[in-house]
Each structure stands twice: as C-alpha cells, then as structure tokens.
Write a protein that binds this ligand. Structure first.
Ligand SMILES: [Zn+2]
Length: 260
C-alpha cells in the first residue's frame, strides 16, 4: 500500500529528527500513525529512533495485536492506542524525553503559564499526567484524564507526549512544547518568569471575542502583526477550554499582583 509506505518513511524521518534534536537517548521514544479507524503503524522497541528503516515499522490493530512486521512494538504502545481510541480526530502521536520538558515532568510542574503568547496559544496548556509504571495500564489511565482537553501531556517522572492531526503536527507540537519548557526554565533562572500584562490579557480576551463573532476569518481586524497567525492557530488548534484556562490563569495572576 502506497500510503503505508509513505507513513513509514515519515515515521523514520521524524525518528531521525527527534534523535538528532536530543529529544531521546539510545532506544528511547516512540512514534505512531493512524492508517484507518483500527489500524496503526508504530515504532519497534529496542531500536534507536535515529536509525530506523521502513521495514522495522510494525502494523497493529486497536487492541495492540501485531498485523504485520518482524519487530516487537514499543512497550509504550498502550498509551498511543488509548489516545487514538479516545480521539478519532487524531492521526499521529510522538512520545520522547526532551530534557527541559522532562525536567518539568520530573518536578511535576505543568506548562500552563502564560509567559509567551505564541507558544502558549499554539500549544495550549500542557498538564502533568500522574506517574504510571511504564507498559502498564497506569500510563493510559493517567493520560485519559487529559486527552480531550489538551494537545499533549507531560508524563510525570518520564517524558512528554503530543498528538496531532498528522505526524508533522504532532512533531511540531513536541518541538514547541520543549521550546516552551526551555524558555520557561531560562526565565526562571533570571527570576523573570512573569506572566502576561493586564493589557495583553485584555487583548487575548478581545481576540477570543472576535473569534467567536468571526469564526475563522481574521481578516480586516485591526490587530498588531503576528496576532493574525496567532488567532488562526487559536481557531484551529486551541480548544475553548484551553483559552479559558490561559485567560483565567493570567487574570488571576494579575489580580494577585494588584492585591499584594
Ligand atoms: Zn518513554
């Protein structure tokens, strides 16, 4: 099947990218793609994601039965299948251990601070899913709590997981998640992880309102450079609940600042 070969190539390509970026060490990490409702391609266990070839990719069904392939699927397959089961709109998943995001996962700190509009708005808030012993049902159960309201999670004391409409989307969310964690970490070293100003919260609120009125068409709205793209991202990738969470958090931090 041509489409399956294409997906397998994409998985190898993303595997190389996450390895070269330092998002994984040795044989860590796993990537999967949905072929159709109940068939998936997934990476093998015990192989470096930086040097995979298409013949190593395994085809499985929604229960994790191997349909095709010589290799053994990743032991973290259950959390992939859980996401696909809960979210029929999701077509690809990336799981890696990027250093900054994993540090947040170890510290148990979610990425939900409104410190950078583009990043937070594109990514939404990233919660911490409770620790689960790898390969057990504990991991999918912990992810399940967050899968409908977010685009990814930090896996407590473990790493990060993102899901998207295709493999590029899932990968870019991961890149953005790690970038956000890195900036957040660096800002904390400067004691400057300040959240957005009151003015900017008002602007976010205004964008949200315009989005509601105008749907996905941001044209003709008098907003500064960059916010058009931001609004498009908000319209396509951010749930209503995400926006509410960000706005609520920022508003609270500002009110706290006023009251202190
Ligand atoms: Zn892992």
């Amino acid at each position: 099947m041509i489409i399956e070969i294409k997906y397998k190539k994409q998985i190898c390509e993303i595997g190389k990218r996450v390895y070269e970026k330092g998002f994984v060490a040795a044989n860590d990490g796993n990537i999967s793609v949905r072929i159709d409702e109940n068939e998936f391609l997934i990476t093998p266990t015990g192989v470096s994601k930086g040097s995979m070839t298409t013949d190593m990719i395994i085809k499985v069904d929604g229960d994790g039965n191997v349909l095709e392939g010589e290799y053994k699927p990743t032991s973290e397959m259950k959390m992939h299948l859980l996401v696909y089961k809960e979210r029929p709109d999701i077509h690809a998943i990336v799981h890696v251990h990027p250093p900054y995001a994993t540090a947040f996962a170890i510290a148990g700190i979610p990425l939900d601070q409104a410190i950078m509009p583009e990043s937070v708005v594109y990514l939404g808030t990233i919660p911490v899913a409770d620790y689960g012993t790898p390969s057990t049902e504990e991991v999918p159960n912990a992810v399940k709590k967050h899968v409908h309201n977010h685009q990814g999670v930090l896996l407590e004391n473990h790493g990060a997981l993102t899901w998207g409409k295709d493999i590029d989307h899932a990968y870019y969310l991961m890149e953005s998640l790690e970038f956000n964690a890195k900036i957040n970490f660096l800002a904390k070293q400067l004691n400057g992880d300040r959240e957005l100003s009151k003015q900017n919260v008002a602007r976010l609120l205004e964008l949200k309102k315009k989005m509601e009125i105008m749907g996905e068409s941001p044209l003709g709205v008098d907003v500064p450079d960059g916010t058009h793209a931001m609004k498009r991202e908000m319209a396509t990738s951010l749930s209503e609940k995400d926006i509410d969470t960000i706005v609520e958090r920022v508003t609270k931090s500002i009110l706290d600042a006023f009251n202190s």
